[in-house]
Ligand binder design. Structure first.
Ligand SMILES: Nc1nc2c(c(=O)[nH]1)N[C@H]1C(S)=C(S)[C@@H](COP(=O)(O)O)O[C@H]1N2
Ligand SMILES: [Mo]
Length: 371
């Protein structure tokens, strides 16, 4: 039996109108651009090329950019589904290929949909802390982002005449049709995007914490702060023989925990802003990096390599650039929310610096080396 293939002209539901497609497309262009710019920024902070430097202030800027990254990504999911719904009758356009430009356009849409779909699913699984794949998420998510943004640019350029036409007309005669009106479809799409955001944004927006049923991290956690990797999972243990070594061109200085406690202490309220989209502020207390550098006779603003006692993990080592080691608020923290750091939060000491991705806030620090 042959399945009847509907002709393109047979789809008369208002949701398939080019004005609907264009409006949702515009919203998607905004959310995807937001994702791209904030994602690129996050990538540059974590893998800084020579020309790039990232300031240590304002303290919570990265918290905002990464929060936006995940919120815009979550909002994109219903938008993308609505957009695909709106345009799918075009898939039935025959002949499949009319000309070379037409073939290229179809191919670019295939790449665009594939890349967009890939970014949203991998991103969502990442914030849900599920890693059901064999590749290294950040690298692949980053590479495909270029594919997505590139094909969006091509797509917008090709469709510009249609987008202009569809969005410029103020009143369009709405054909009598069954089902949701155009406005109804757009409102439903907007509502779905809003619900998705509210249900998850509490992971980073404090006043939404109570409302976000699906937010992946809550304020509950050891010492009032979520834990990303526990001491047990990282395989770290501590013994009184533990020492911190600080290596500078002038030699190596070691500190016992008691010696660190005897140095002048600084208190700061700083957020952990995880690349996975959750963030939370806490009160930290410890030795500020300018104080520590002074104690070992190193120049202010010396960049440092930070190593932890964790073996084999991906996040056991980080680099603190000069902008951060010169900032009074960058701490080698010994306390969190008024208590000695719990093992899961990095006991005996961890880095907490203003305006940085959580993944660079190294726990269980054992060595600092001047670069
Ligand atoms: N040594 C080490 N430090 C680490 C990690 C890690 O896996 N190993 N995870 C990082 C990540 S991804 C985050 S978000 C923060 C979370 O800190 P918390 O568990 O104290 O909230 O720690 C960072 N520091
Ligand atoms: Mo993280």
């Amino acid at each position: 039996m042959k399945l009847p293939i509907p002709a393109e002209g047979q789809f008369r539901a208002p949701a398939h109108h080019e004005r609907v497609t264009s409006k949702i497309g515009l919203a998607l262009a905004i959310t995807f651009t937001t994702c791209f710019v904030t994602g690129l920024l996050s990538h540059l902070i974590q893998h800084p090329p020579g020309w790039f430097s990232w300031p240590s202030r304002p303290v919570g800027l990265y918290r905002v950019t990464q929060g936006l990254h995940v919120i815009a990504g979550v909002a994109s999911i219903p938008l993308l589904l609505a957009k695909l719904w709106s345009v799918y009758p075009k898939l039935f356009g025959r002949p499949l290929v009319r000309s070379l430009p037409h073939a290229l356009e179809r191919l670019s849409i295939l790449v665009l949909s594939g890349a967009a779909f890939f970014e949203l699913t991998t991103g969502l699984l990442n914030v849900a802390q599920n890693y059901p794949w064999g590749f290294y998420f950040p690298q692949v998510h980053y590479a495909v982002a270029w594919l997505a943004i590139g094909s969006i640019l091509v797509h917008v350029a090709v469709k510009l005449p249609i987008i202009r036409r569809a969005l410029s007309r103020t009143t369009v005669e709405e054909p009598p049709a069954k089902g949701l009106s155009r406005r109804g479809f757009l409102m439903t799409t907007g509502l779905a995007a809003g619900v998705a955001v509210v249900a998850t944004a509490g992971a980073t927006v404090p006043f939404l914490r109570g409302v976000s049923g699906l937010s992946w991290k809550t304020g509950k956690g050891t010492q009032g702060l979520p834990v990303n990797r526990t001491a047990a999972a990282a395989g770290v243990t501590w013994s009184p023989a533990w020492r911190l070594s600080v290596v500078t061109p002038r030699g190596t200085t070691t500190f016992s925990l008691d010696e660190l406690r005897a140095l002048p202490q600084t208190t700061a309220e700083l957020p952990i802003a995880c690349v996975e989209g959750w963030s939370q502020s806490a009160i930290w207390r410890g030795i500020s990096l300018p104080t520590l550098l002074k104690a070992v006779g190193a120049a202010p603003g010396t960049a440092l390599r930070v190593s932890s006692s964790e073996r084999g993990g991906l996040y056991g080592v980080s680099v603190l650039p000069g902008e951060h080691t010169a900032d009074e608020l960058t701490l080698l923290a010994l306390e969190l929310n008024g208590e000695v750091l719990a093992p899961d939060h990095g006991f005996p000491c961890r880095i907490i610096a203003p305006n940085r991705p959580g993944v660079l806030q190294t726990k269980w620090v054992t060595k600092l080396e001047a670069l």
